[in-house]
Design a protein around this ligand. Structure first.
Ligand code: ADP
Ligand code: MG
Length: 672
């Protein structure tokens, strides 16, 4: 017998090695296993013959092997097996590549199910490397799990079956009352049906139940976070210094910036802590808003902290704020993962002795041993990169401190209200004057020659250029990595030019050095992976070239484009892509059509595609296993209502221990 908390290793068929593979999927015990849901299902009903299906369809056909399998060696390392099956009327020619084990197991005159794409022409039908199963042991609806190379979906499915057979009834987490009100089946049935539904309709009620439960858990966590923030604070601001701050700036603030600053200051003057999301499209000037609020807080006698998602960005904030505050006596320090240990110690001491007013940094700021004496304000920039938990941890560093999160990710308002239910929202809906829209074009790689000439002209005018390449997986040979492309350009087209390279695998110090040379204008062309994506501000850069643009989500493309058009010179974004895929082309054309992030987000919503505006990576919420924020918006609303009801009568969740455990699990695992 197995329990929900039995180690995965104790399931039949899972040894030490396999257990490790399961671990890498986040599966450690039976409980996490049964909550590892299928990505989709394959219909193996096999009630059709070759006659009934069309060329190119994915089909499942029951057929008999009619002659012994023939082996043919194509070349070293590639063996091909030719098989002939018959469905009773038509012959299906099947080829199997390199899978000797499978080929040898097939027996003449036995029945099999063939699952895969079929090629049909006038006279013949054939399938290349279909999945083949013995007819007697096939499930009609087969779950397909997000698998790994060494841990196939089929293997996961087998282990799942064993586990489900061996556990007793899965304890119910929701009260009968809730289940009735929202029309939900039992957890036990839902879990069993989501893995092994008897029919294609079976998994729908299962999905409904599990989606509801997941969103309910999420809402419970968020509502609890929110209520934690409702406590009164002693860190009240008594004087607004934003007018004084404006005199440090070389420009005047936009009305949207002034309004947002006003809203935040008003929050901090009240007796409750400020909890505000400042949403502004790329380039709307969020940094100046942050700086103004930091100034007011410090002048009121407190400390402030600002957290950025990357070292590059933290460093850049440190530099620009140091410059903005150069006429003041504010003491500012930078703390990141690569700050030397000795300096770190000094900073921590100074912080505790109140000798530092403003600490800027990466998530190193939320480590346990960083102690403030007098912290009143925490600003997190580009907050979508941070988890809800990280936000919460930093807020706990002071007594009910004011928190402001800044984000360039446009989220439709309805969704925002649910996701950020714990925050008030200010929107920077105005760009600083003199900005020109970035001219965007979609071209294919034949255009490179002209593009390079265009870049050279810009450099001759003293401007700079980014070239961004997608991250390349190890086994991909068809696209160029940033390193390869940079080398090719440095030795060819751009020989003699100052070309820099920036990619994820570089040491933080080297990245910073390159970024600094680019910011200082010493490097004219920066070839990079998406590490330049967030926040980087080099107003003299006017061209953003994105190679293999189809590889990027709309949100990333929008962020990348936001790196240019930051000064008053006309800027350009060139999306290079040879893709013929219609959906990809449509996404790229969206970029050409719109410059407003909210419009792009809406289109993304419609096109859906990779939909990365709403991936959990973007909003920093815990990763969801089965629910989808957008598609399940209705359920999200219901779950919120249900969570409110539960908390009203039982705030500590002492009557729902299972839900409480689940909530704690979900919020612990938040990754950024
Ligand atoms: P984001 O909102 O994307 O973080 P930044 O804060 O980096 O934008 O600001 C983008 C650029 O606009 C910076 O170079 C900044 O100095 C400039 N800027 C900000 N506010 C104004 C303003 N009111 N008028 C003119 N330029 C501004
Ligand atoms: Mg910014």
């Amino acid at each position: 017998m197995l329990d929900l908390d039995s180690n995965i290793q104790f399931i039949k068929g899972v040894g030490e090695k396999r257990a490790k593979l399961f671990n890498s999927l986040g599966i450690f015990d039976v409980d996490s296993l049964i909550h590892f849901y299928p990505r989709k299902y394959e219909d193996w009903t096999a009630n059709k013959t070759v006659q009934d299906v069309n060329d190119g369809d994915t089909v499942c056909i029951k057929a008999t092997l009619i002659i012994p399998v023939k082996e043919a060696m194509i070349r070293r390392g590639l063996t091909l097996f030719k098989c002939r099956f018959s469905d009773g009327e038509n012959v299906i020619a099947v080829t199997i590549f390199n899978n000797k084990y499978l080929a040898k197991s097939l027996k003449v005159y036995e029945d099999y199910f063939l699952y895969g794409k079929i090629d049909k022409s006038f006279l013949t039908a054939s399938m290349s490397s279909p999945k083949i199963e013995k007819a007697e042991n096939v499930l009609a609806i087969q779950p397909v799990y997000p698998a790994k190379e060494k841990l196939t979906s089929r293997a996961i499915s087998k282990v799942m079956k064993t586990a489900l057979d061996e556990i007793s009834q899965i304890p119910e987490t929701l009260s009968d009352e809730i289940r009735q009100k929202y029309g939900l089946i039992s957890l036990d049935k839902a879990i069993r049906d989501i893995h092994f539904p008897n029919s294609a309709d079976d998994y729908l009620p299962a999905r409904k139940r599990l989606i509801f439960e997941e969103l309910l858990t999420l809402q419970l966590g968020l509502l609890k976070l929110k209520s934690n923030k409702k406590c009164e604070t002693s860190l009240r601001i008594t004087k607004d210094y934003s007018k004084e701050f404006e005199t440090f700036l070389p420009f005047t603030l936009t009305n949207a910036q002034k309004r947002t600053i006003g809203e935040c200051v008003a929050d901090m003057e009240s007796k409750f802590p400020c909890n505000r999301l400042v949403q502004g499209d790329v380039g709307s000037g969020k940094t100046a808003v942050a700086a103004s609020l930091i100034y007011t807080v410090i002048k009121n006698g407190y400390q402030a902290a600002m957290m950025a998602p990357t070292e590059i960005l933290a460093t850049q904030h440190f530099e620009s704020l140091t410059k903005m505050f150069s006429k003041t006596d504010l003491k500012i320090a930078l703390l990141t993962g690569s700050t030397p240990a000795k300096e770190k110690r000094e900073i921590k001491n100074a912080l505790f002795n109140n000798e530092i007013d403003l600490l800027i940094g990466t998530h190193a700021l939320i480590q346990n041993d960083v102690e403030f004496r007098n912290l009143a304000l925490v600003i997190t920039d580009e907050q979508h990169r941070f988890g809800v938990n990280q936000r919460a941890t930093l807020a706990q560093k002071g007594q009910h401190v004011h928190t402001i999160v800044m984000s360039a990710t446009p989220i439709p308002r309805t969704l925002g209200l649910i996701l950020y239910g714990d925050l008030d929202i200010s929107i920077l809906d105005e760009l600083p004057p003199g900005r020109q829209t970035v001219r965007t074009d979609v071209v294919d790689s034949r255009y490179h020659k002209r593009l390079f000439k265009f870049i050279k002209d810009a450099i001759a005018r003293g401007e700079q250029c980014y070239i961004v390449c997608p991250a390349v997986e190890e086994n991909e040979t068809n696209i160029k990595s940033a390193e390869e492309f940079a080398e090719e350009l440095a030795n060819g087209e751009f020989k003699g030019y100052n070309l820099g390279i920036l990619h994820g695998k570089m040491k933080a110090k080297d990245k910073e050095a390159i970024m600094k040379s680019f910011a200082d204008g010493k490097v004219s062309i920066l070839v990079a992976t998406t590490v330049v994506e967030v926040g980087v501000d080099v107003p003299n850069a006017t061209i953003m070239v994105i190679e293999n643009a189809e590889r990027f989500g709309l949100s990333t493309l929008h962020q990348l484009r936001g790196r240019v058009g930051r000064g008053n010179k006309q800027s350009y974004c060139v999306l290079v892509s040879d893709t013929k895929g219609e959906a990809s082309r449509e996404r790229l054309m969206t970029m050409k059509q719109f410059s407003d992030g909210f419009k792009i987000a809406d289109t993304d919503l419609k096109l859906r595609g990779p939909g990365d505006f709403f991936g959990s990576r973007q909003h920093g919420l815990p990763e969801l296993k089965i629910a989808d924020m957008v598609e399940d918006m209705d359920t999200l609303q219901k779950a919120q209502e249900c969570a409110k009801d539960i908390l009203k009568s039982d705030f500590s969740l002492s009557n729902s221990p299972a839900l409480k455990t689940q909530m704690n699990k979900m919020f612990e695992k938040t990754v950024n």
